[in-house]
Design a protein around this ligand. Structure first.
Ligand code: GTP
Ligand code: MG
Length: 275
């Protein structure tokens, strides 16, 4: 009996990997990052895209991944938490992304420039620049604070002056919580990715392995620095400056957070991300 349970446990652990490889057979695997300020409606939109029944969602803590099949694609959407404290994690996922969806909250006039700045930062990032981006003006329900045309107009300078023009970008309006239909936008994103799939895949492969190598190097350098710091402290010679300790702890915290996300991801994307 204990042996049988062990077998079941083993099978349960292996199953996600088995299922992913089985489902993804012959399908093009693509990763899309879902970005936007907190409460802009990313998770609600994701539920809508997956045609799931709308239920109220909690704020995303860090990261969540959803996978489903659309036409020839096995689509993985990385729904990244939009709270300020989580935004530093976003760029870690850009290298493996084939495209992005950026959600703007049409009701949040007060934070619109903050959202635009985050959009600009994202599309200028080395790992995202030039990739297809769907910008969604969400919460376009009755009486929304900003009209779609005004949003479109206010994104123009960003498009003209910066990298939004370099990305293949499309803007769609809708209301994720009401009857908004974002399938058209998703379809545009998938078709655009399809048109340059090989090019994007080569870039993703190259950038992801470079990123993994760099992060692993940074991790070992950090470990080395911590080791030296411990030796330094144990000898209690000249005290270590408090600023050095704090900045080291800060970077360790970031790595721990990121590694936690990565380990969650590696369960879902075997072969794509190596911890
Ligand atoms: N009126 C309206 N409310 C919406 C819409 N989309 C989302 N909401 C609501 O906005 C709130 C935040 O939605 P989420 O989907 O959790 O937002 P999020 O961008 O995922 O937020 P974080 O996970 O914190 O980054 C929820 O109460 C949703 O019900 C919309 O199109 N219209
Ligand atoms: Mg969310």
């Amino acid at each position: 009996m204990p042996q049988e349970s062990a077998g079941l446990v083993e099978w349960c652990c292996v199953w996600p990997f088995f299922a992913t490889s089985l489902c993804c057979k012959d399908r093009k695997k693509i990763v899309i990052v879902l970005l936007g300020l907190d409460s802009s409606g990313k998770s609600t939109l994701l539920a809508k895209l997956r045609k799931e029944k709308f239920t109220s969602v909690l704020p995303t803590c860090g990261f969540s991944c959803k996978k489903w099949k659309i036409q020839d694609f096995a689509v993985y959407v990385f729904d990244l938490g939009g709270r300020k404290g989580f935004r530093g994690i976003w760029p870690h996922y850009f290298a493996e992304a084939y495209g992005a969806i950026f959600v703007l909250d049409s009701n949040d006039k007060a934070r619109f420039s903050e959202a635009k700045e985050e959009l600009q930062n994202a599309v200028s990032n080395t790992y995202l620049v030039g990739k297809p981006v769907l910008v969604v003006a969400n919460k376009q329900g009755p009486g929304s604070a900003m009209r779609f045309d005004d949003i479109k107009f206010s994104l123009r300078p960003l498009e003209a002056a910066h990298n939004l023009a370099e990305c293949k970008c499309n803007l769609q309006e809708g209301d994720a919580a009401l009857d908004g239909d974002f399938q058209e936008g998703l379809q545009w994103l998938l078709e655009t990715i399809q048109l340059q799939y090989k090019e994007l895949r080569d870039r993703v492969d190259k950038d992801s392995s470079a990123q993994r190598a760099r992060e692993s190097r940074q991790r070992s350098e950090r470990r080395e620095r911590i080791k030296l710091m411990k030796i330094h402290l144990s000898k209690a010679e000249a005290p270590c400056p408090v600023e050095d300790l704090l900045s080291e702890l800060e970077s360790v915290k970031e790595v721990v957070d990121y590694e936690f996300h990565q380990s969650t991801t590696s369960l879902l994307l075997p072969g794509q991300i190596v911890v």
